[in-house]
Design a binder for this molecule. Structure first.
Ligand code: IPE
Ligand code: IPE
Ligand code: MG
Length: 267
């Protein structure tokens, strides 16, 4: 489904500019700017969050058709609890409502959905629909959607360190066994390759506690477009920009043009 105001002419021009062999396999997105988008239109912030959901659906479709088969999106940070409780409650209800409404289509589309973050503070009803959605879609192979909720990169790293310390104290591992690979295996994203590209909408030039470990060598694309105005064409622009980057991973030579992978580090 293409959004009504998307320019088809621009869309085919952008699509033709993409090198299909060098599309990132995993893109992370900080979907930011919902509230400001709504306020600018004289609407409550919640309208921005609602519109943001339909944008996410459009981007999943666009990503899947380009064979970028993993998207990790930031939906609620550990810091977002500091917002007025009315907004927090609205977001929690929205997650539940959207998941209930969309889960059968997600499954039909062969999308595996996973939630990354500490789910414990969420209401029972939300936890239950999250669990059933994850188990329903766990064997789907075409696409993976990771949704980060109550997620914080620092919290994730501290929890991994704690698990490693416990294993070390019990003698399960030696301190000398601790290396990047072992540490990575204790993160919430264990088993998922690092994103090649991070997109942040709304113009903010920070990562706001998102995937602190995993973004070590990701390319960063920041657009002033607010998330509710983001669309397939904006997504294609981000990928085209990514394809113009010279990824050296600390070396002096670029990776071969047909490679997306960091040769120095993979999970
Ligand atoms: C991103 O949009 C969505 C969440 C953080 C839940 P914001 O709600 O941060 O919108 P702005 O950045 O205040 O405009
Ligand atoms: C980051 O956006 C979190 C999400 C998009 C879920 P925020 O709006 O919370 O981040 P800051 O406050 O601008 O850093
Ligand atoms: Mg924001």
């Amino acid at each position: 489904m293409r959004s009504r105001n998307i320019s088809t002419k621009e869309n085919s021009k952008l699509s033709n500019s993409i090198d299909k062999l060098r599309v990132p396999k995993h893109i992370a997105i900080i979907m930011d700017g919902n509230g400001r988008w709504a306020i600018k239109k004289g609407l409550p912030r919640s309208f921005g969050h609602n519109k943001g959901v339909s944008v996410l659906k459009e981007i999943i479709k666009a990503s899947k058709s380009l064979e970028c088969n993993v998207l990790t999106v930031y939906a609620f940070s550990t810091e977002n609890w500091t917002r007025p409780s009315k907004e927090v409650d609205f977001l929690i209800n929205l997650f539940e409502k959207v998941l209930k409404k969309e889960i059968s289509e997600i499954h039909q589309e062969s999308i595996k959905i996973s939630f990354i973050g500490d789910l414990s503070p969420f209401p029972k009803a939300l936890k239950s629909i999250i669990n059933s959605s994850e188990s329903l879609t766990k064997n789907n192979k075409d696409f993976t959607l990771n949704i980060c909720v109550n997620y914080g990169g620092r919290q994730e790293i501290v929890k991994a360190a704690r698990k490693i310390a416990i294993k070390s104290c019990s003698g399960e591992i030696n301190p000398s066994d601790i290396d990047e690979q072992l540490f990575n295996s204790e993160l919430l994203t264990s088993g998922i390759n690092d994103p090649e590209l991070l997109i942040r909408t709304s113009g903010e030039k920070r990562i706001s506690n998102f995937l602190l470990w995993q973004l070590a060598y990701s390319e960063i694309y920041i657009t002033d477009v607010m998330w509710p105005d983001f669309n397939e064409n904006e997504f294609l622009k981000a990928i085209i920009d990514y394809q113009s980057r010279d990824r050296r991973f600390g070396g002096i030579q670029s990776l071969p043009k047909d490679s997306c992978k960091n040769p120095n580090y993979s999970s």
